[in-house]
Design a protein around this ligand. Structure first.
Ligand code: SF4
Ligand code: SF4
Ligand code: SF4
Ligand code: FES
Length: 950
């Protein structure tokens, strides 16, 4: 769908008032909600009042005076952007007096503006230029020789946009965007009168300021003062395609603006229901990896993994996989091959991979990276509520009174949602953070958490049980909700359990490290403060008791009646763009699409009839089981789509051993990743800019992905899977991903209403989308839980087997940083590297001093599983006894350190708790030196044999 380049701007935000006011504008009767500005009322009636400082994504400010109007019975010429409508008001927007006034204002602006329109990068996309035309400016009586700002120096320090103060009209739209939309408050108007100017932080360069490069100010700027460097380099875009960001689970909608076949910029779409016109640095700017020279765009094959790669045709590569997989199944049995789906690929692509496994391989050996992130969410929420997904839409946060963030770092991991959350917190909602590390949200401009429960890693269950203990023993349970909505027998069992003295804050304090009084106060606040909304992340799930914590969180929400309406709920902040979709699409070895167990005859009947083949009722192998079986010699071939399991899965050595033991490893990806070192066939993947499909975000929202530029490798990923299935004897004949979605809708009860036509019409829908909810379901479990009665589950705290001791006295926990994404395959190939060139270890000054470690020292991080080296930074963000790092760089590979422990229910690895020792290092670990040599060798191989195809 091609979209208009610019959204229509109504000048001020809409009013949500129920009451309607009728007025007259230029003789036309107009009816709008009370509280609407005169400017917006006029715009809604098709009358454009000239404006510069107003835009409908920001509150009105009233500084430029270009939007003046006359109102019958009122003195003077009020600004229409700051004047609310009133019943019976008569407004005139075009009079001789107003024209003169507006021209005068424009003359002042233009007398201090470089007259270089023809060579300006914003030529054709400049509101100052437009307004000069709109007010009929013909001359500037003051001339151009007076004092001006034309020599002001340009700031080009940000990698993605420039700031040219000589073109600034000091409308403060940028400042307000940074304050209101992004919530970073990095910009100010410094000085007064003629001296006033825009300053980043305390008059610093953008690169040195607090700016997080979200681009909100650039989008808001009406002139070329703040402008994308790509627009300067490439020129103004010619067309625009609506699509969805392929980074995180927020699922922001963008207008991909294109000139020829080149993306010029990604502009967040104001009607995007997940992002409401906002973005973060990744989606907004870090898309250059799509054209990075490292992209492999021709299939590669080799006999042995020690051989150099050789280019092949698609037919040769696919034919080779088909014959190898058939040979392996003939020799080692049907179950000797399997596949891994990708949470970065579309729903349609994922559906096809699991279909290939079930219908072509004839087994259920399919798994997904959600195994290593949110599988406990799927399992835990299904047990408690009956659905494996979060309960709310993102809009819901605007109605929350208490926001409880557990094991998540939204400002880094889910930045656009974090901005929406911060807006609500600035409006007065209260915040409770449960995290071993002092994340930015704990104290950020105009926000301070009421409580930060800085628990010891691995003690989530004990903390959540203790919160429940307070709620139950202090009589804070919402009894009416529990009586009406939940299973009372299970509630009674659970309540008796959490009420036991051993679960009290006082009893658990020694284990959790959270002061009992602080925990009690936080529990009271959550239970009694109004709408309580819980948001959680991988800091909850990636534990040996990940599923238990998810269930404990569900118990809390049910006990306090915080479910089934806006402003409340249990909300997993899912990491990857389509991790929800990958789970929905049947990527797990025990579930067909829609979370239906493979042992269910009725479900298998549905697919057997459509697919025309029998489906195994035996659950297949999970990723770790596939690797175990490979080492044992019974699992021989794997197709891995869009996943670098060597970097993202636990116990790197075991993954290496499993991959090395297989006869046919197929990697389907954008770049030769770490897993590809063990591959026999490499299939080039396509980026989100090059294909059609859908992603499902963390709020169950199905968003369209649309082809913006032609696939560089010639085939979209779904076409590759289809050709492989065909080569293995199936007669698949999908002509377009919409036909795959039609099959999903036909076979999955929660998707029966979904079609590309509907998505094109309404933008996006949240599943369930079916006869009962034809436009989707923003909030779930409104009248009753999907499973009927809500189920309280006893959540006993069991300490992880990963213990500290004399050899490994510290606990390592891991997380993300805003500018990088997961293993960094994409973001490391963009200018985002300027913000995070390497992973760094955070260590408390006390622990550092004991070890003689100074800021910036190279240190060795050692666990029972392995060791790595990285630089240290000293910070009290972490408590003594806890260290923290990110996992974005392959030459650090935090997963070399993590252990084999995993969640009891889902095998999700325990990434968040590893006992370690830290010591100063003289040089990097041996494997890291080997890795560097290997990376250099790979680079040389690639350079000697041209494989980029361009
Ligand atoms: S930089 Fe742009 S948005 Fe900011 S004050 Fe100047 S002209 Fe207005
Ligand atoms: S890019 Fe974002 S964070 Fe930086 S100054 Fe602009 S609005 Fe603020
Ligand atoms: S918040 Fe997530 S989906 Fe939105 S632009 Fe950033 S990375 Fe993309
Ligand atoms: S647009 Fe109303 S004062 Fe600037």
């Amino acid at each position: 769908m091609s979209a208009i380049l610019d959204d229509r701007d109504f000048g001020t935000p809409p009013s949500r008032a129920a009451q309607t006011v009728t007025l007259e504008i230029d003789g036309m009767p107009v009816a709008v909600p009370a509280g609407t500005s005169v400017m917006r009322a006029a715009a809604e009636a098709g009358i454009s009042v000239p404006k510069l400082c107003a835009t409908d994504t920001l509150e009105a400010f009233g500084s430029c005076r270009l939007c003046v109007v006359e109102i019958e019975g009122r003195a003077g010429t009020p600004a229409s952007c700051t004047t609310p409508v009133a019943e019976g008001m008569k407004v005139r927007t075009q009079t001789g007096k107003l024209k003169t006034l507006r021209r005068g204002v424009m003359e002042l602006y233009i007398s201090d503006h470089p007259l270089d329109c023809l060579t300006c990068s914003a030529n054709g996309d400049c509101e100052l230029q437009d307004m000069a035309g709109a007010v009929g400016l013909r001359e500037v009586r003051y001339g151009y020789d007076g004092a001006n700002h034309l020599e002001a120096k340009k700031d080009e320090s940000n990698p993605y946009f420039t700031f040219d103060p000589s073109k600034c009209i000091v409308c403060s739209r940028c400042v307000r965007a940074c304050d209101e939309v992004q919530g970073t408050l990095a910009l100010t108007v410094s000085g007064r009168g003629f001296e006033s100017k825009i300053a980043a932080s305390i008059d610093e360069k953008f690169s040195d300021s607090e700016c997080v490069s979200c681009g909100a100010c650039v989008k808001a700027c009406p002139t070329a003062t703040l402008i994308e460097k790509t627009v300067i380099e490439i020129g103004q875009p010619e067309r625009s395609v609506l699509t969805t960001c392929a980074y995180c689970g927020v699922g922001c909608t963008f207008k991909a603006q294109v000139r020829g076949n080149e993306v010029v910029r990604m502009v967040p779409h104001d009607d995007g229901k997940a992002n409401r016109g906002h973005s973060c640095v990744k989606g907004r700017f870090a898309w250059g990896y799509a054209t990075h020279p490292d992209r492999v765009v021709t299939p590669l094959v080799r006999e042995r993994i020690s051989d150099p790669w050789r280019e092949a045709t698609w037919d040769e590569a696919i034919g080779r996989i088909a014959s190898e997989f058939r040979r392996l199944q003939g020799q080692y049995g049907k179950n000797s091959v399997g596949a891994v789906t990708s949470s970065r690929c579309t729903n349609e692509e994922t559906f096809l991979v699991q279909k290939m496994v079930r219908a072509v391989f004839g087994n259920n050996n399919v798994d997904t990276c959600a195994r290593v992130c949110h599988s406990p969410t799927g399992y835990g929420l299904k047990q408690a509520f009956g659905t494996s997904a979060g309960t709310q839409d993102f809009d819901s946060v605007a109605e929350a009174d208490i926001i409880l963030v557990i094991g998540a770092n939204p400002t880094d991991g889910h930045p656009v949602f974090a901005s929406r959350m911060k807006r609500r917190l600035r409006e007065g909602a209260k915040l409770i953070v449960v995290d071993p590390r002092r994340i930015d949200l704990v104290r950020t401009p105009h926000i301070e958490a009421s409580h930060h429960l800085q628990l010891r890693p691995g003690t989530n269950v004990a903390v959540v049980n203790a919160i429940a203990h307070v709620i139950v023993t202090e009589g804070l349970v919402d009894e009416a909700f529990v009586r009406e909505r939940c299973d009372l027998g299970e509630f009674a069992t659970w309540a008796a359990f959490v009420a036991e003295a051993r679960n009290s804050p006082e009893s658990t304090e020694a284990v959790t490290g959270v002061p009992a009084a602080e925990l009690r106060a936080a529990a009271r606040l959550y239970a009694t403060g109004g709408n309580g909304a819980i948001y959680y992340g991988l800091g909850v799930t990636e534990h040996s008791q990940g599923t238990t914590t998810v269930m404990a969180i569900a118990n809390l929400a049910m006990a306090t009646g915080n479910l089934g309406r806006p402003g409340v709920g249990v909300n997993p902040l899912r990491g990857q763009n389509n991790v929800q979709g990958a789970c929905d699409m049947g990527s797990f070895p025990h579930e067909l699409p829609g979370y239906r167990h493979v042992s269910g005859d009725e479900v298998r009947d549905v697919y057997e009839e459509i697919w025309g083949v029998p489906i195994s009722s035996e659950p297949g192998l999970r990723i770790p089981n596939m690797l175990d079986a490979a080492v044992e010699g019974t699992f021989k071939g794997i197709y891995i789509q869009g996943e670098d399991i060597l970097q993202s899965d636990p116990n790197t050595h075991h993954v290496q051993a499993g991959l090395a033991a297989m006869d046919c490893v197929v990697v389907h990806d954008l770049f030769l990743n770490e897993t590809a070192n063990y591959a026999h066939v490499f299939l080039p993947g396509s980026t989100f800019l090059e294909k059609d499909g859908t992603f499902t975000n963390a709020e169950r929202r199905i968003n369209r992905v649309r082809e913006v530029i032609a696939p560089r490798n010639g085939l979209a990923d779904w076409e590759v899977t289809q050709r492989l299935a065909q080569a293995m004897g199936l007669d698949w004949s999908y002509a377009h991903p919409s036909e795959i979605m039609d099959e999903i809708a036909r076979t999955t009860p929660t998707f029966t209403g979904v079609s590309y036509d509907l998505l094109d019409e309404v933008g996006s829908v949240q599943w369930p989308c079916n006869e009962k909810a034809p436009l989707g379901t923003p909030v779930m479990h409104i009248d009753q839980f999907v499973r009927g009665k809500g189920r309280f589950i006893r959540t006993e705290y069991v300490a992880t087997d990963e213990r500290t001791g004399p050899r490994f006295p510290l606990l390592l926990t891991t997380g993300r940083i805003l500018s990088q994404y997961n293993v960094g395959a994409q973001t490391r190939r963009t200018a985002n590297v300027v913000w995070h060139e390497q992973d760094i270890l955070e260590i408390h000054p006390h622990d550092a001093e004991q070890r003689g470690i100074d800021e910036g020292d190279l240190v060795t991080l050692t666990s029972r599983a392995g060791e790595t080296t990285l630089k240290a930074t000293l910070t009290d963000r972490v408590s003594p006894g806890v260290v923290y790092t990110t996992f974005h760089h392959p030459d650090t590979q935090a997963n070399v350190i993590t252990t084999d422990f995993s969640d009891w229910a889902t095998n999700c690895p325990e990434y968040k708790v590893t006992a370690v020792q830290v010591a100063r290092a003289a040089h990097r670990s041996e494997w890291q030196e080997e890795y560097s040599e290997h990376a250099e060798l790979s680079r040389r191989i690639i350079e000697r044999e041209p494989i980029h195809g361009d």
